[in-house]
Design a protein around this ligand. Structure first.
Ligand SMILES: [Zn+2]
Length: 173
C-alpha cells in the first residue's frame, strides 16, 4: 500500500481486525519511511450479474447507489453508516450467488425494502413511498437527492403504481 503522505511503497501493519459488521477487514498501517499512520479497509468484491433497468437498458451493479439511497432514507435515523454498508454487502453477495444471468433493477429495490423493514420503520416508509413509484434504484436515488436538497415537491405515487409492486423474486429451483 502506497503511503498517502509521502508515497513510499513499504509499510508495516500495526493492527488488523475484522469489522463487527460486514465482510470488512480494517488494517492500521505505519509507513516505513515517514512513519505516519493510516488505515485501509479491505472488502470482498463479488461479481454480480448485469442489472436490467425497467427501460431494458443494462448497467453494472453499483453498490454505492444502494448505499446512497439507503443513507438518504435513513437520514437522521439511528443506523450507522457501517450497518448500511454491511447491508449493501449482503445484497451484493445475495445477487452474486443467484444463478441468473441478469437481474431486474426492481429486485434490488425489493431487497433494500426487505432489509429496511426489519431495520428501521421510518427509513422503510421513506424508501418505499418514493421507490414504489420509480421501481428503479438509480432514478430513485437521483430523486431522493433532489428531495433532500429541497429542489422539488414530494412525489406522489403514479396512478396504478400501488398494484404494480414486484413480487419478491424467487430463484429457480
Ligand atoms: Zn510515508
Amino acid at each position: 500500500m502506497r503511503c498517502p503522505f509521502c508515497g513510499h511503497g513499504e509499510d508495516r501493519v500495526i493492527d488488523s481486525r475484522a469489522s463487527n459488521v460486514g465482510d470488512v477487514i480494517r488494517r492500521r498501517r505505519e509507513c516505513e519511511s515517514c512513519e505516519r499512520r493510516f488505515t485501509t479497509y479491505e472488502r470482498v468484491e463479488y461479481t454480480v450479474p448485469a442489472i436490467v433497468k425497467k427501460d431494458g437498458r443494462r448497467e453494472p451493479f453499483d453498490r454505492q447507489k444502494i448505499i446512497a439511497s439507503m443513507s438518504i432514507a435513513l437520514s437522521k435515523r439511528p443506523v450507522s453508516s457501517e450497518r448500511i454498508a454491511a447491508i449493501a454487502d449482503e445484497i451484493e453477495r445475495d445477487l452474486a450467488l443467484t444463478d441468473a444471468r441478469e437481474i431486474p433493477s426492481a429486485a434490488i429495490g425489493e431487497k433494500v425494502m426487505t432489509r429496511l423493514r426489519e431495520l428501521d420503520e421510518v427509513g422503510y416508509v421513506r424508501f418505499a413511498s418514493v421507490y414504489r413509484s420509480f421501481r428503479d434504484i438509480g432514478e430513485f436515488a437521483a430523486e431522493l437527492g433532489r428531495l433532500a436538497a429541497g429542489e422539488s415537491e414530494p412525489v406522489e405515487p403514479r396512478p396504478g403504481a400501488e398494484g404494480a409492486v414486484a413480487q419478491p423474486e424467487r430463484s429457480a429451483t
